[in-house]
Design a binder for this molecule. Structure first.
Ligand code: GAP
Length: 468
């Protein structure tokens, strides 16, 4: 299956209610996107699966939900005020701004661009003759560091409120609550804290649909370990993250692991790997895994004046700052990768193609669709009765679609990735044995297109929520 073009996916997402351009009726707001009825179902399912796998089903994990707004000192301690920025270059001719490192990536590679110092960016752009993507000029200003945090004001009186930031990562909420969580939950090392939520970054060059946006969602884990034990734990998380990618339906040939070079490491990290996905425009980051050592806890201890140490329950004389392994997952980026992976324009016959999303059942917006063959009232009533039974007995998410020909409805369900369709017809009612026996229905498989006739009793017996 070849990767779809981004345009094809964007069009399907709008047409079928997955993702809409933000504020569209006002002409939009660049690079903002709203999740529609099916997009939110898919995203919620990914988040739910993630939480189930990494929090609910593990004794060594707990979750929290911290605020988006935090004391500004948090961001001084974390290093975001001084270090969280990208090299920005202005085109002197058309006054447009770009990320200098991104402009250079094609010429000198991702790793090469990531290690450039601020002073090197403009001379390198000129040496490599990189033209302005907007006006094709070659007149770059000196690069400046641009802090990516969104700044806002707290308080009702303009000008009198304190400057605060919208959080650029969920991680710090977990670090500042380390002692609260450890003590209230009586956790022993190693243990992890997880949270999911919205973060904000004033990206200089957002784009590629939802790949890089200024508002997005993360699912992060801070896994606290005794110093010296982090090596094998890092490897285990690498394997667990890889397996997660496979279980949500990403193909191994479109996944790879990239180790960060020393020069490329973030200010807090002593080792980082990225799990990269092959997007239609090339390889790019999907997830990250970092060894943050005791950087964050020691910084918060220093800036807050509060002790952040852990006391060994077996030997209370041993007090130390735990090390942290951080598996980080972009939720909105996961949704994009899943959709890209699942999309296919499939040729069925010489003159017949269909668009289909081969979504894994654990993430598809609907588990099933019930399609009454015609709009006859008593047939719809029978289909509705079945709908209620299925929803109440299995907890599955079921679509009910009566509009259009049965062929068109099958195609619509293929496009939104519904794994199975159930057709209720006059056979089901006992009115037409040519269609089937009384109290039987047709079940159609999205991927194989095979249709089977089975009794409603058998159907109900075999329905259960999908598992990875
Ligand atoms: N706490 C560490 C941290 O935030 P990061 O690599 O900056 O690390 C984590 O971000 C994940 O968030 C990335 O792996 C990616 O999936 C996602 N992400 C980062 N920037 C993004 C953006 N502008 N738009 C969408 N997702 C983004």
């Amino acid at each position: 299956m070849s990767a779809p073009t981004l345009d094809a996916l964007v069009s399907l997402c709008k047409r079928r209610g997955f993702i809409f351009p933000g504020s569209e009726i006002y002409g939009g707001l660049a690079n903002t996107w709203d999740y529609g009825p099916l997009g939110i179902e898919l995203k919620n399912r990914v988040q739910h699966e993630w939480w189930k796998r990494f929090v609910s089903q593990r004794r060594d994990m707990v979750g929290i939900e911290s605020g988006i707004l935090m004391n500004p000192k948090v961001w001084e301690a974390s290093g975001h005020v001084s270090n969280f920025g990208d090299p920005l270059v202005d085109c002197k001719k058309c006054k447009q701004r770009f990320r200098g490192d991104k402009l250079l990536e094609e010429k000198i590679g991702v790793e090469g661009a990531a290690v450039l110092t601020l002073e090197q960016v403009q001379p390198m752009l000129l040496a490599e003759k990189i033209k302005c993507p907007s006006c094709e000029g070659l007149d770059w200003a000196i690069a400046k560091k641009f802090n990516l945090m969104f700044r806002t004001q707290q308080g009702v009186i303009e000008g009198e409120g304190a400057d605060i930031y919208l959080r650029p990562e969920t991680a710090q909420g977990m670090f500042v609550n380390f002692r609260n969580v450890q003590q209230s939950m009586r956790k022993r090392l190693p243990f992890g804290i997880a949270q999911t939520g919205t973060v904000f970054r004033n990206e200089i060059t957002p784009g590629n649909f939802t790949f890089r946006t200024r508002e997005f969602q993360q699912m992060e884990i801070e896994y606290f370990v005794a110093p010296g034990t982090e090596g094998p734990i890092f490897e285990q998380w690498k394997d667990d993250m890889w397996q997660w990618c496979l279980d949500i339906g990403l193909a191994p040939e479109r996944l790879r692991i990239r180790e960060h070079t020393k020069e490329e490491l973030s200010h807090y990290s002593s080792r980082t790997i990225d799990i990269e996905y092959k997007y239609p425009w090339g390889w790019g980051e999907l997830y990250g895994l970092a060894n943050r050592s005791d950087f964050d806890l020691s910084q918060h201890q220093k800036f807050s004046g509060q002790e952040m140490t852990y006391t060994d329950p077996d030997d209370p004389t041993k007090k130390f700052l735990p090390y942290v392994i951080e598996p980080t997952f972009g939720l909105t980026r996961t949704v994009l990768a899943i959709l890209l992976e699942a999309y296919e324009d499939e040729k069925l016959k010489e003159d017949d193609t269909r668009t289909v999303l081969h979504l894994k059942p654990i993430v598809s917006p609907y588990d099933l669709a019930i399609l009454p063959l015609s709009k006859k009232e008593h047939l719809i009533a029978k289909a509705e009765e079945l709908y209620k039974k299925i929803v109440q007995s299995s907890g599955l998410h079921v679509d009910f679609d009566v509009t259009g020909s049965i062929g068109k409805r099958y195609r619509r369900q293929d496009e939104i990735g519904t794994p199975k369709c159930i057709t209720v017809d006059f056979g089901t009612l006992g009115e037409d044995t040519a269609q089937g026996e009384k109290d039987t229905v047709t079940i159609r498989d999205r991927d194989t297109l095979k249709q089977e006739r089975l009794t409603i009793a058998d159907l109900l017996k075999h329905l259960h929520p999908p598992t990875a």
